[in-house]
Each structure stands twice: as C-alpha cells, then as structure tokens.
Ligand binder design. Sequence first.
Ligand SMILES: *[C@@H]1O[C@H](CO)[C@@H](O)[C@H](O)[C@H]1NC(C)=O
Ligand SMILES: *[C@@H]1O[C@H](CO)[C@@H](O)[C@H](O)[C@H]1NC(C)=O
Ligand SMILES: *[C@@H]1O[C@H](CO)[C@@H](O)[C@H](O)[C@H]1NC(C)=O
Length: 409
Amino acid sequence: MQRQVQCRRMSSGRWRREALIRLLWATGYLTITFGTLLSTLLFPDLLQTLRSKTPSIALNDVTIVLSKENMGQTRGLSWKQEQLPHRLLGSSAVTLESEEEEEDSLLEKLWTPPADRSFVPCVKPEPTYSGPGPSQGYLMVSSNGGLNQMRAGICDMVAIARLINATLVIPELDQASFWQDSSNFSDVFDVDYFVKALSNDVTVVRKLPTSMKSEPKVMKAFRSWSNVKYYEEEISRLWQNYKVIKAAKSDSRLANNHLPSEIQKLRCRVHYDALRFAPHIEALGKVLVARMRSAGPYIALHLRYEKDMLAFTGCTYGLSSEEAEELTVIRENTPHWRIKKINATEQRRKGFCPLTPTEVGVFLKSLGYPESTRVYIAAGEIYGGHERMASFLSRFPHVMSKVLISSGL
Ligand SMILES: *[C@@H]1O[C@H](CO)[C@@H](O)[C@H](O)[C@H]1NC(C)=O
Ligand SMILES: *[C@@H]1O[C@H](CO)[C@@H](O)[C@H](O)[C@H]1NC(C)=O
Ligand SMILES: *[C@@H]1O[C@H](CO)[C@@H](O)[C@H](O)[C@H]1NC(C)=O
C-alpha cells in the first residue's frame, strides 16, 4: 500500500514535472509563433528579407543586395562609398531592397534574349543544289570600306561568282581607307577555311594563275543594287571577250528582293560560316569577351561617333565651329565621298545622324540600365575624346575599350 502510494505519489510527481515541461514547450512554441507573426506584422520587410535568396553584405552601414551587375565589383572588395551607385547611398536599407527587387526583375527582362518566334536557321542548301558550274573565268575583287562593309561586300561577291560561274580569287582588302589598315585577307580571315567551306558553292583560288596574266581582263564597277538578271545576262556576257573580270569595288550590293533562295542562303553561309576570323584574331576576341563577361552581362556599344562618320555625314550638331570646320575640310579632301555640301541641321532633322554619346547615355538610362552596367565601346576614337564622353560617363562610369581590356585591365 505504502509502496503503491509512494508509487502513485511518484507518478503524480512525474506527471507534474512532465506537465511543466509540456507547458514550457508550449509557451516556447507560442512565443515563437506569435513573435514571428507580430514581428512580421510590425516589421513586414523582415519577411521580404527572409524570402530573398540573394546574398547581401553590409558595407559602411549600407546593405547592398548583390545582383548580377554588382556581384563582379564586390569581388575585388575595393568598394569605397563614393564608388557606390548613388541610389545605394540612402540611409534605409529596407527601401533599397524593394527598389532593388523591382530593378532586378526589370534587369532580368533587359538581359533576357528576345523570343526566337520559332525561327530556325535555314541556310543549308536544298538537296537539288549542285556544286559550282564549269568555270567561265576568274573574278577578282577589290574590297572597299571598313571591315564590316568589306565583309558584306565579300558575301555579295561570292554570290555573284556563283551566279556568273566564275572562279573567285581571294579578295583584296582595302588598304587605303580611312583606317589605313595594311592587313590583307589572310591576316584577317581564315583562308583555308574560307576555301573549304565554299567548296560546294564556288571554286576559290588564292591567286590568279600565272597562265591568266596575259589573258584579256576587264575592270568593272558593278551597278549598285542590281538583281540576278543583271549578273546572269549583262555581266556574264563579258566572258565572251574576257577571261578575268575585276570588280573595282565590293560595295555594289546585290539586290535583296527577288533573290533566289539558294543565293540568299549562300550569302548567309559566307557571312556566318565561311568568313571566319584568323585564329589569332578569334582567340583575342574570345579573351576580350571572357574578360567582359567575367563581371556579368555587359553592353557592347557601337558608338559610331567617330571622325570619319561625322565628316562623311556632315553631322556637326553640338560641335564647336572649329570642329565643324575640321570635319568639312576632311569631307572636301576625300575624293571618293561624293556629297560635299551638307546642311547639318537638315541632315539631323532627317534622322541621318548618329546619336551623340550624350543621347546614347540618356537612351540606355531610360531603357532601365543601372549605373553599374558595364559598357564595352566597340568603336574607334570618339570624336572630341573624353570631354565629349563626360556626360555618358556620368551615367555609365564603367566603360571599357578594347585597349583597356586587352591590356588586362
Ligand atoms: C552556270 O553554270 C550552270 C551549270 O552548268 C548553268 O546552268 C548556268 O546557266 C550557268 N550560268 C551562267 C550565267 O553561265
Ligand atoms: C598577306 O600578308 C602577309 C603578311 O602580312 C604576307 O605574308 C602575304 O604574302 C600577303 N599575301 C598576299 C596575297 O599579299
Ligand atoms: C540649314 O537648314 C536650316 C533648316 O532648313 C536652315 O534654317 C538654315 O538656314 C540652313 N543653313 C544653311 C547654311 O543653309
């Protein structure tokens, strides 16, 4: 009995202790639950922070949520207050985060590639497409203009060689253009690949065979924007008297309309496949891109605000009268620029002028790109230099050039 009582007492003591522990646990749970609820009600931003998966760092009392853009800059851990984008320099971390979230989704949209609208590459020839026809003679080409213009011209010239059944001699590059570039085709492009890639389209040789040196030749400036008929009839007729046709320039542009689809496909294959850069250029290009990408996405900006473009177009908006005069003199002294008298105001009004660096800065800013965006200037020297870039740099200070990145930053 005693034992039983003791047992009961003991058990009732144990029960009391267990109840106490349960009570303590329950209080604990309730405190945590209510505490969390209350704190998220009172401090709703806490929830946002908890939900936010982006890591954040505290720096000089400013919380910075690391986005794709500024992630790269923190890697160097050399941020100073004055280097921080202004909008990050407020006192409230909470507002910054919601602004950042909004900005993040905007940025995500900006950096997302546009929809492909189900377009697929279709440059392969049809099964009925056959190799080049029997050669009627040789087509030599004097490419003219800058690199892009020469590229486009070479694509047309390959198509023309196919149309007139010519054997194409590797084109000469323009060494007298504004850029004074002495490179020849093999310095810039992979010649072996060019020949191989086009073997089913056009026969390509590196040099005019010596046997052709004494054959009758004709120099011809093809009529601009001509269609297939012009080449198949008018130009092909030249084979009756000549073995070599030399195109005086390459920018005569083959018509874009009513081009047989096989010829259009061929132009694309030249542009996107056959005209591959020489290995050392390809390698340098890859290094530059990798260095730019190492800090996240970037904008490559072909800021065509260069001396030759402004002189050629006569666009002097916002320039000093000395600068305008300099450009006019360049235009007047460049024989192959036919239009000499240009009214800069009208030119700009018609929309024929490149945007100024300031205008490009305003444009990119209004698209939503933040100040931290890195911009690669894919262009030569900007006319007016640093001074003309000042306003752009105030909006986008992280500007890179090929000289800067190729020297390893
Ligand atoms: C080119 O060769 C093809 C194949 O032999 C032929 O059908 C075509 O008429 C030729 N074109 C010209 C312009 O000579
Ligand atoms: C192209 O230039 C290289 C060196 O710059 C030279 O070795 C080569 O012979 C040139 N080719 C032609 C076709 O002029
Ligand atoms: C240029 O065109 C503008 C607008 O048409 C005109 O007001 C101006 O007088 C012209 N300037 C010259 C030098 O002809």
